[in-house]
Design a binder for this molecule. Sequence first.
Ligand SMILES: [Zn+2]
Length: 224
Amino acid sequence: MTSPVIETLLPKTTTTSVVLLSGGLDSAVALTVARQQGSVKLALTVNYGQRAFANELTAAKGLAAWANVPHQVIDLPWLANLLPTGMQAAGASHHDLPTTGADGLSAVWVPNRNGVLLNIAAAFAEQLGANTVVFGANADEGQAFADNTPAYRQACTAALAYSTQNHVQVWAPLEQMSKRDIWVKGQALNVPLHTTWSCYEAAPTPCGVCMSCQHRATTVSHNV
Ligand SMILES: [Zn+2]
């Protein structure tokens, strides 16, 4: 048996995609870019027990409806048991946890989350005949998390050439962009950015304290 050929790491001219849609800024803009580039077969929102899931789902449902793409929720109850306390539904508040530096990163790290989610999306992509999986990796988070880097995305594509019959590719259209760049692009594309949810907490309004809220506050001149 011969090894599969590793296809180009760039997206095909016309993509048919499955998009990971958390309901945050990055995935909202990534979804919109993917829709521009081709056809989005499905947007997936994953419930892995994160505290902010209800808010994320409301945002994701609205964005999928706005983009006119099918939307599905995937439940991963087993992953809830692996979450850091700051992300668990009944865990400590982010107000009581470090939000900067290495400790802050550890407080929001979910074991192999992007690896798990990309492989789930790739399974749907193969079944739907889609050639691409899209996620919202970006340059800012790539500096902190190895699974947001182009190298990781390329490695995933290489692995999927072995584990999917149609050689699904991973595409991170925002991977060279800062959060600020993404915000500006989202505005240019008329993405309803005010409906996206970034906060790790479950409150009716963003907490303004957690790492994600801090990143968002530095991204936009007027936090919405
Ligand atoms: Zn927050």
